[in-house]
Unconditional design. Sequence first.
Length: 247
Amino acid sequence: MLRHLMAHRSVRAYRPDPLPEGVLEGAMAAGQSASTSSNLQVWSVVAVEDAERRALLSELAGGQAHIRQAPLFLVWLVDLSRLARLGAERSHASEGLDYLETFLVGVVDAALAAQNAAAFFEAQGLGIVYIGGLRNHPEWVARELGLPDRCMAVFGMCVGHPDTARPAAIKPRLPQAVVLHRERYDVAGEDAAIGRYDGIDEAFQREQGLAPRAWSDAMVRRVAGPQSLNGRDRLREALGALGFALR
Ligand SMILES: Cc1cc2nc3c(=O)[nH]c(=O)nc-3n(C[C@H](O)[C@H](O)[C@H](O)COP(=O)(O)O)c2cc1C
């Protein structure tokens, strides 16, 4: 498992072959085994195999071809609807669901479960890539998947057999000292370490046949303004439309 964790790379080229029997259920068992805040379990998944539906979701996510290619697309949901239904059945208040805190609990729960499932898939030799592009059009995605109120797609995940003719490489990460602070937050040495990483990342980009650029410049550009959020700058409005009060 450790070897597989360290060998992670996002896979964006898949063979069309279906997944082995039982692998989805195994990954879900791994996902459900993850910690979940207060055991609320405020997440769900929609597993999409239908090619037409995958094609539509691919377009909604900004035309990402790997969603059409991979035989399985998992949509990971923050799902407060189940507790809303339980409250309604018992004529019990469920106002706690209206708070940003509970939404965040659902997002964290979904991410922990998804990463357990990702590790499971990768340990089976399968590849995955997360799809945040699914938040480009949250209401549209919700309609297509028949999501109830207070249920939103946090991200998608392509799952399939990696196409060995177009292998993905392990992407270097920031030096550990940049992300690991001991006892107290400390930025001494950050600039120098990031400068070193810019060089490493640039070499990686070159190796991959991608336009070489400094990681730090690219990331600063990525957060420069709402125009770089692919429509996700209106997420608060979309969440309101999906029934999240976010008080
Ligand atoms: C929540 C989340 C959303 C992501 N969304 C996308 C996406 O929409 N399309 C894509 O190709 N990769 C997406 N990725 C993959 C990242 O780009 C990738 O993990 C990152 O560049 C590091 O590369 P690696 O996973 O190969 O190590 C996403 C990753 C995460 C965690």
